[in-house]
Ligand binder design. Structure first.
Ligand code: MTE
Length: 321
């Protein structure tokens, strides 16, 4: 995805969001608080610290759901925690430190649109309403790298049931926070913020669609999209929206940030298919984070048995971008 921007003059604007600038800014804030860099690290700028003060830490580790098995090793936490896509905090993979600026308490989630009665719920209440479980899932980025993560959370369908959608709700639309003061990447006006993604109501009802609240036996780290994100393991990773603030039940198909930006390259369905290349690169293989190995990509990222029936009779030309 990053390479798109290299082709355009957008790179100049992205410099406003350089990690260095934010890091320096953070250092000066800490300095004014009388804290040195060593203290800052032990306070939780790193991954390990994220769980320390979290009021939901007692919910982890969540019971493992053994239905979801892996054919490859789990990616070491310290590797994927420092190789992220979270454009709100910068366009490089090295956004973990910047993402610590994400303020995750209080965190309200709004449920609206065609539902019985719209409501807003505090994340700390929501996360205790539905039993959490741990699932080992593969994640395949459209950029041809992949990781495997022990996510914790609950099936999206449980949240859909809580929302009580009306019959006219055909799609579920997700929206990330919008706060350019907190997330300097959102000051980059070339992106249509906030980050939006969507699925059909049938996809949302599929057991694989998962709301992530934890990873590696603790609350999910900020750089992975705390306090709650989506994970759709059969789709390219950009569908798995982070740090969700609003979930809307809508009639019209939502247009995601990437689709709005580059519709010839990123579509609504974005189902993984090794035989359908991205317009600028092959999708046949993927590089595993951690091992660095190149492995063949699988149709629906290996989850065809669970999801292929969702697309029966649909035009294959549209399903894989
Ligand atoms: N969600 C938001 N809000 N902003 C983003 O930039 N990037 C997406 C997805 N969700 C993104 C997002 C992309 S392209 C990928 S591959 C995954 O998050 C990366 O998740 P990870 O950083 O936890 O590996």
């Amino acid at each position: 995805m990053v390479s798109i921007h290299r082709r355009h003059s957008w790179e100049i604007a992205e410099r406003f969001a350089t990690p260095e600038a934010l890091y320096l800014n953070r250092r000066s804030i800490l300095k004014s608080m009388g804290l040195g860099v060593a203290t800052a690290l032990s306070l939780g700028t790193g991954v390990a610290g994220a769980a320390e003060a979290d009021p939901t830490a007692d919910l982890y580790p969540a019971k493992k759901n053994d239905a979801y098995k892996l054919d490859r090793p789990i990616t070491p936490e310290e590797i994927n925690a420092h190789y992220n896509n979270f454009y709100e905090f910068g366009t490089s993979k090295d956004i973990a430190a910047n993402a610590q600026n994400l303020v995750i308490r209080p965190w309200e989630v709004a449920i609206d649109g065609f539902v019985e009665a719209p409501f807003t719920i505090d994340f700390d209440d929501l996360v205790r309403k539905i039993p959490l479980e741990t699932r080992l899932y593969r994640h395949r980025c459209v950029e041809a790298w992949s990781m495997t993560v022990p996510w914790a959370g609950f099936p999206l369908k449980s949240l859909v049931a809580m929302a009580k959608p009306q019959a006219s709700a055909k799609y579920v639309r997700f929206e990330t926070f919008l706060d350019p003061d907190m997330a300097s990447g959102q000051g980059n006006f070339l992106y249509p913020w906030p980050y939006i993604e969507g699925v059909t109501i049938e996809e949302a009802a599929n057991d694989l669609a998962f709301i992530v609240t934890g990873a590696y036996d603790k609350p999910v780290a900020k750089q992975h999209g705390a306090p709650l994100r989506l994970h759709l393991p059969w789709k390219y990773g950009f569908k798995s929206i982070k740090s969700i603030r609003k979930i809307s039940f809508v009639e019209e198909r939502p247009v995601g940030l990437w689709e709005a930006l580059q519709p010839s390259e990123y579509g609504f369905w974005a189902n993984v298919n090794p035989d359908v290349p991205h317009p600028r690169w092959s999708q046949a293989m993927e590089r595993e984070l951690g091992t660095g190995e190149m492995v063949p990509t699988l149709l629906f990222n290996g989850y065809g048995a669970e999801v292929a029936q969702l697309y029966t009779g649909m035009n294959p030309a549209t399903l894989y971008m």
